[in-house]
Write a protein that binds this ligand. Structure first.
Ligand code: UD1
Ligand code: MG
Length: 458
């Protein structure tokens, strides 16, 4: 039978350096709260049960991870007495008797599921404990992992370390995997007789060793254990996350002409043979099918882009947008909650909201769906093979039939039958010679004004 796994995420830090009214772990990386990134990695590594240790905002933090793991409980650590004390706040969850216990930090969102799986694999071989090491360019401030002949002896906190111990560059990333069988025994044996007077989680290593247990260390990338304490570090972690994901996409067949200018969300899905031009921003909920091109300076959120479709430059697609195969949304167009069927074109300066556009329709420049009456939103349905003349206002609710033709500059307030021509504008009047008369009159007035000015100056 598969081993069960509990993950405990420590998120009780005050986060004062964020200078924020929100809990630190709710700040987002790639549009997803940091704590949800951690929960997602744990869940992908097989942790079906999650215990959150929080100091405040319990409900908000729990809501942030609800979509990642089915079984979540929140545990309040009222006083912050150290990392072991924090883990013990989730004692009840540990007592449920899971095979593996993963301890993670809510403010280190770059941890990979793959690394957590490696740690669990080590417990599966019978080890009692697995710690996450990394090689730090500057080990200052980190606990050091002390080893002899491949055996982990202890983790020494910087403040408690000797000169020789400080020279060790294998640092403690913070996360830990403990066999559920002994987790509580080890944790409850931790004391606080040390430089900080805190209950150090890291002490479980020496305790486990003194009881004859097996402790192993795995090495993670230094990025994976990066913690966020202020907004500069938040931006740094964001940049690493973005670079990672862009690289994955490129290796999976997506062209990014200027990768560093493309901003992705945690759930952006892009198929092979899609081209992303420079300066494209993805909010959450976007998927792009193969062969599509997203031209420069476009902003997409909650949108589904069909095969071969073309978006932008300078397009804004808002939630509920669905472009079918080969549809086109061009420059300075905004689309919201609207479907645009196969081959239809919305090319210039247009707003399409709460609408349905049929196949091969051509929406002229400056067309506006007037979807809002100041109180309610209404739908516009535009049939297949229609032609909407430039600068038309379609006042919803309204339906334009298949094959219909709307004259430019129309204000359409009534449904248009299939194949009809609709004109909703003032009729044009031509007055022969009147243009020249007006021009002559105006020129004469200008000359008279100039004469008067010269006379006054003399
Ligand atoms: C900890 C490790 C250290 C490691 C470093 C990696 C211990 C004793 N030390 O040190 O070996 O190199 O992380 O970053 O574990 N937290 C609580 N409640 C508490 C204390 C902490 O929830 O009472 C949370 C914090 O919000 C944070 C995490 O636990 O997310 C780590 O705490 P922190 O104070 O940053 O530990 P370090 O001293 O950095
Ligand atoms: Mg820290």
């Amino acid at each position: 039978m598969a081993r069960t796994c509990l993950s405990i995420i420590l998120a009780a830090g005050e986060g004062t350096r964020m200078k924020s009214s929100r809990s630190k772990v709710l700040h987002e990386v790639a549009r997803l709260p940091m704590v949800a990134h951690v929960a997602r990695a744990a869940s992908r590594a097989g942790a079906a049960r999650l215990a959150l240790v929080v100091g405040r905002s319990a409900e908000a933090v729990e809501a942030a991870v609800a979509r990642e793991v089915r079984s979540v409980t929140t545990h309040l650590q009222a006083e912050r007495l150290g990392t072991a004390h924090a883990v013990l706040a989730a004692r009840e969850a540990i007592e449920e008797g899971h095979d593996d216990v993963l301890i993670l930090y809510g403010d280190s969102p770059l941890i990979r599921a793959e690394t957590l799986r490696r740690a669990r694999a080590i417990l599966r071989t019978g080890a009692d404990l697995c710690v996450f090491g990394f090689r730090a360019a500057d080990p200052n401030g980190y606990g050091r992992i002390l080893t002899r002949e491949g055996q982990v002896l202890a983790i020494r906190e910087e403040k408690d370390a000797s000169e020789a111990e400080r020279a060790v560059d294998l640092c403690n990333g913070g996360a830990m995997a403990i066999s559920g069988r002994i987790a509580l025994d080890l944790l409850t044996a931790v004391g606080n007789d040390n430089a900080k007077g805190e209950y150090y989680l890291t002490d479980v290593v020496e305790i486990c060793r003194s009881r004859g247990g097996t402790i192993r260390a795995i090495e993670a990338d230094a990025d994976e254990v990066l913690g966020v304490n202020n907004r500069v570090e938040l931006a740094g972690v964001e940049a690493i996350w973005q670079a990672r994901r862009r690289r994955e996409l490129m290796l999976a067949g997506v062209t990014l002409q200027a990768p560093e200018t493309v901003h992705l969300a945690h759930d952006t899905e892009i198929a092979a043979d899609v081209t992303l031009e420079p300066n494209v921003v993805f909010g959450p909920g976007v998927n792009v099918a193969t062969g599509a091109t997203i031209h420069a300076f476009s902003h997409l959120e909650g949108a589904s882009i069909g095969e071969g479709a073309s978006v932008g430059p300078f397009a804004r697609l808002r939630p509920g947008t669905a472009l079918s195969r080969d549809a086109k949304v061009g420059n300075f167009c905004e689309v919201k909650n609207a479907s645009i069927a196969e081959g239809a074109k919305v090319n210039h300066l247009t707003y399409i909201g709460d609408a349905e556009i049929g196949a091969d329709a051509n929406i002229g420049a400056g067309t506006i769906t007037c979807n809002y009456d100041g109180a309610l939103k209404h739908r516009t349905v535009i049939g297949a093979n229609t032609f909407i003349g430039s600068n038309s206002a379609l006042v919803a609710p309204v339906r334009i039939g298949d094959g219909a033709y709307v004259g430019s500059g129309s204000v359409i307030t009534e449904d248009v039958p299939d194949d009809a021509l609709a004109l909703g504008r003032g009729r044009q009047v031509n007055k022969p010679g009147r243009g020249r008369e007006i021009a002559e009159r105006n020129r004469a007035a200008k000359a008279a004004k100039a004469d008067a000015k010269t006379a006054a100056a003399e």
